[in-house]
Design a protein around this ligand. Structure first.
Ligand code: BTN
Length: 332
């Protein structure tokens, strides 16, 4: 993918809907004005809306509603984020691709983004519906090289950062359902899957995968998916700038990991959890060793386990499992 495209898009974005002259782009790139025009025609084919006015130049009116590699790279450049990002038109699973890249000694951190997954994976062996329709499928790979006991809360921390990003940067009210489903009005907006390779007493590799429903339409999803999931666009009342979002989230995830590794995450972890805990005080139930456990969700402990106050008043901690809401008076 030529840097020319990234440069043109970066310049148009920087101009914030003002016109950029074709000759200034041509001079900066060392190509002809016809060459610039040809690139802009190509953008139109990729669902950008670009206005061209004689003697004034070009301006960007609308961005594509799905991921576009050059545009994400242009946004990353504007954010001064030099993350190593690989784009796939189609891949089995971005988590699997990241694992293969780790196995081939790729330097970390890096990210893998895909327009479509043919075998997207969810937690507990589930499938993640992943067509190319404006949602985000991304994986971030790291080599923590730390004892697993130090990594216990990383999944929750990464989920918290995604949740905080959606609330503060996009202004959309979402909460977390332990361990890290992003929820809005009782429906799932994002799912996250962390997979790690542990050698002896060290977490060698860690892949944090996120599937974020952005601009997809419930009406296009299979019934079993639309019954439980919703896109951010619905909450927003219109399509989101998914390419900007992808660049911002990439930067946020790489920074979140760094804060985890240097320990500074501890300064805000519990405060953020309290703010975004969508289960707190709710009647919930789960299964353990074949038995149904019912109680009231009571936050998390220092290991990230969910505290459950049982009907007899005793408190237990859940390390893993699927939570369902006992009474759905207020959806998470
Ligand atoms: C869940 O809620 O069950 C977790 C879903 C995680 C889906 C994402 S999409 C990108 C990455 N690649 C995968 O195969 N899975 C994760």
């Amino acid at each position: 993918m030529p840097d020319t495209d990234v440069f043109i898009l970066k310049t148009l974005l920087k101009a914030q809907s003002e016109f950029v002259s074709g000759s200034s782009l041509a001079t900066a790139l060392g190509i002809s004005r016809v060459g610039v025009w040809a690139r802009l025609e190509k953008f139109r084919d990729e669902h950008f809306e670009v206005e061209a006015v004689r003697h004034r130049g070009y301006r960007l009116l609308q961005e594509p509603p799905t991921l576009n590699e050059s545009l994400v790279r242009a946004y990353l450049a504007l954010l001064e984020c030099d993350a190593d990002v690989t784009f796939c038109e189609e891949i089995d699973s971005t988590n699997s691709e990241a694992e293969r890249m780790l196995a081939s000694a790729r330097k970390t951190p890096f990210a893998v983004l895909a327009l479509r997954q043919t075998a997207g994976r969810g937690r507990l062996g589930r499938r993640w519906h992943s067509p190319n329709e404006g949602n985000m499928y991304a994986s971030f790979a790291f080599r923590p090289n730390l004892p697993p006991i130090k990594m216990q809360t990383i999944t929750l921390w990464m989920g918290l950062q995604v949740c905080d990003f959606v609330n503060t940067e996009l202004g959309l009210p979402v909460k977390l359902k332990w361990p890290n489903d992003l929820m809005a009005d009782g429906k799932k907006v994002a799912g996250m899957l962390t997979e790690a390779r542990i050698d002896a007493d060290r977490t060698r590799d860690l892949v944090f995968g996120i599937g974020l429903n952005v601009n997809g339409r419930c009406a296009d999803w299979p019934k079993e998916v639309s019954a439980v999931a919703t896109p951010l666009a619905e909450l927003n009342g219109g399509l989101l700038l998914i390419n900007r979002l992808a660049a911002q989230l990439t930067k946020a995830c790489v920074q979140a990991y760094q804060a985890f590794i240097d320990g500074s995450y501890q300064n805000t972890f519990m405060e953020l959890w309290t703010r975004y805990d969508g289960l707190f005080g709710r009647d919930i139930q789960t299964e353990r060793n074949g038995a149904v456990l019912k109680g009231v969700a009571s936050g998390i402990d220092e290991n990230g386990s969910l505290r459950l106050k049982l009907e007899d008043g005793s408190m237990i901690s859940l390390h893993s499992g699927e939570i369902s809401l006992g009474s759905a008076r207020h959806p998470v």
